[in-house]
Design a binder for this molecule. Sequence first.
Ligand code: HPA
Length: 315
Amino acid sequence: MEFNNKIVIVTGGAQGIGKDHCRGIAFMKKSINIMTTPKRKEEVIMYKKLMTCLESVRKKIDFKPEVALILGSGLGDFADGIQIEQTIDYTDIEGFPVSTVKGHKGRFVFGYVEKTPVVIMQGRVHYYEGYAMSDVVLPTRLMGMLGAKKILLTNAAGGANPSYKPGDFMMITDHITTGVPSPLIGPNMDELGTRFPDMSEVYSRRLQDVIRKCAKECDIKLQEGVYVQFTGPNYETPAEVRLAQRWGGDAVGMSTACEAMAARHMGMEICGISCITNMAAGISQKELNHKEVQETADRVAKSFKELVTKVVVNM
Ligand code: HPA
């Protein structure tokens, strides 16, 4: 009974959702089920946390994004070039996991890329910062709950495919998350998605076609490959990179795939682009460092922005 009381507070909070936010309302209606169905404590806590964040954002802005966008290195200032309606610092959202990485700004930007209403994550939450995976993917889930049905994930990654070059862009066709815990571990939040979600097409074939077409129109060479997520924060060893290659991986990184899984669980349509900022450990004989990653990302930022803009408008 004590839980039921807590849930009443949650659903009460959710009433702040605007009338036209059908998805938000759907979640709210479903949350009412919690009152009648006994749930495990962790599930209730996580769902409550999500609803608290949603309510906190909804108190500040009534905006329904169509597309969610997570910015990786090199795209940090992408949001400055769009028609901004409002920004919300992560620190101003109750219960939101806050990034500690230097240079990661940490805010949601709401606005329009041409006519497309978007919510942009300027600065993501990484598993290596010490958060639980459920917190790492909380912002992705939140953007879905705010109404975004499509998501574009971007990142900086190391090239494991020897034919790649630093500065290349790789459209993510699939991913491997064997090295990190699934964000879906734990009691399933039935309000968001099914217990055993299908992952046979995480990266939408339709959106892959859109990215191919956009890259062609921008005259940008596009690699296509499989992204392998490791935990970080250390770069991989050469042996780990060889393992990734044998698994069928083309790029290695420390983010993205977990977000894609959470988004897929919620039924969002997903696509992703990696900026290959360096050759992965052991492929080039050079030592890896964050400076090189940043320098390459900055060098190709203009093309990356051009491509991402076109994709957002056409997805
Ligand atoms: N490994 C993991 N993450 C990365 C890399 C890398 O080589 N480059 C940029 N992000």
